[in-house]
Design a protein. Structure first.
Length: 288
C-alpha cells in the first residue's frame, strides 16, 4: 500500500452527471502517463462532498472496472451520515478496493470520543483496512498524538492521510507508530514529508504532475536532497500557478489540453473564464 496515489478527479457534464468515458480516461491517464502507484477515489479532489450516494457508488464501480488490479485503490467513504458511510464502505469492499478511508466527521464539532466511535462503528460493519483522512484546514478537526494513537489501536486502522502543515506532529506520529502507514497530503510539502519518512503521498496535482512527485519521493528516500529540492521547486512553481488560477478547474483544464475528457466541476464550484482556460493551457505548456 506504500507509494504515490492520485487523489482522483472525476469528469462531470454540464448537468453535473458523471461522465463515464471521461472518468475512464482520467483513470487511464493516471496509470499510463502519470505512472502513479494508486488512486484515492472520492476524496476532496473527487468533489465527494458535492455528489449523491448513488454517484459515489457509480464512481467506485467505474474506477474499479477501468483500473482492475493495475494499481492499488483506496475508497474514501467518509460521510456525515454514518449509515451512508457504512453502505459505501461495504460497497467498495465488495468491489475489491484495497482499503477504505474516511474523513474525520466534521461540521458539528464532534468530541474525540464521538469521532472514535464513528470509526469503530464503521469497522464493525466492514471487513477491510481503514486509513484515517485528517485534513484540519477543511474539517476544523485537529487531533493530537494521543488521539491518533487511540485510533491506531484498532487493528483495522492501518494509517493516516495527513493533510496538514504540522511537521512536529507528523514527526511525532512517524516516531511513535513506525508500523502505521502515513500518506502526506500536501503536494507542495512532499519533500519535507518524505524526509520525515512518510510511506507515500496522496495528492490532487499528481493527476498531471505524478512523475515529478514520484521523483521527489524517490530522491528523498535515497538521500539525494539537493536533487529532490530542485524538483520540488519546479513542482511548487507549477502548484502556485494552478492554485492562483483555481485548483480543481485548472487541473481538469490541463487534462483536457492533454486530450483527456476531464469535464467540468460540480456546482457551486465555478467554471474557468476564457482567460482562466488560456492560463491553464499556458501552465500546461510551460510545465507539463
Ligand atoms: O485539495 C486539497 C484540499 N488537498 C489535496 C489533497 O490533500 C486532497 C492536495 O493535493 C486529497 O488528497 C483528496 O482529494 O482527498 C492539494 O490539492 C495540493 O497540495 C495543492 O494545495 O486541501
Amino acid at each position: 500500500m506504500k507509494g504515490l496515489y492520485s487523489a482522483l478527479m472525476c469528469s462531470f457534464d454540464e448537468q453535473g452527471k458523471v461522465n463515464e468515458q471521461g472518468l475512464r480516461e482520467i483513470v487511464r491517464h493516471n496509470i499510463d502517463v502519470s505512472k502513479i502507484d494508486g488512486l484515492y477515489v472520492n476524496g476532496s479532489t473527487g468533489e465527494n462532498f458535492l455528489i449523491s450516494k448513488e454517484q459515489k457508488k457509480q464512481i467506485f464501480d467505474i474506477v474499479k472496472d477501468e483500473a482492475g488490479d493495475e494499481v492499488k485503490l483506496i475508497a474514501q467513504i467518509g460521510a456525515l451520515n454514518i449509515d451512508e458511510a457504512i453502505e459505501l464502505a461495504q460497497f467498495a469492499t465488495s468491489l475489491g478496493y484495497d482499503a477504505i478511508s474516511a474523513v474525520t466527521p466534521f461540521y458539528y464539532k464532534f468530541e474525540f470520543e464521538e469521532i472514535k466511535d464513528y470509526y469503530t462503528t464503521i469497522l464493525e460493519h466492514v471487513d477491510n483496512d481503514l486509513i484515517i483522512y485528517s485534513i484540519p484546514a477543511l474539517t476544523g478537526v485537529n487531533m493530537n498524538l494521543e488521539q491518533f494513537g487511540e485510533l491506531f489501536e484498532h487493528e483495522q486502522v492501518i494509517g493516516v492521510k495527513f493533510t496538514a502543515p504540522d511537521f512536529f506532529l507528523l514527526e511525532r506520529i512517524r516516531h511513535a507508530f513506525p508500523d502505521k502507514l502515513i500518506y502526506s497530503g500536501f503536494d507542495e510539502m512532499l519533500l519535507p514529508a518524505s524526509v520525515l519518512n512518510v510511506d507515500g503521498a496522496i495528492g490532487s496535482t499528481f493527476n498531471v504532475n505524478g512523475k515529478r512527485a514520484k521523483q521527489i519521493f524517490e530522491l528523498a528516500q535515497s538521500g539525494q536532497i539537493d536533487e529532490a529540492r530542485e524538483v520540488q521547486k519546479v513542482t511548487n512553481d507549477l502548484i502556485a500557478e494552478i492554485l492562483d488560477n483555481g485548483l480543481y478547474q485548472t487541473i481538469k483544464e490541463i487534462l483536457i489540453f492533454k486530450g483527456v475528457n476531464a469535464g467540468l466541476c460540480r456546482k457551486p464550484m465555478k467554471s474557468l473564464t476564457d482567460d482562466g482556460i488560456s492560463k491553464a493551457k499556458q501552465i500546461a505548456e510551460k510545465y507539463l
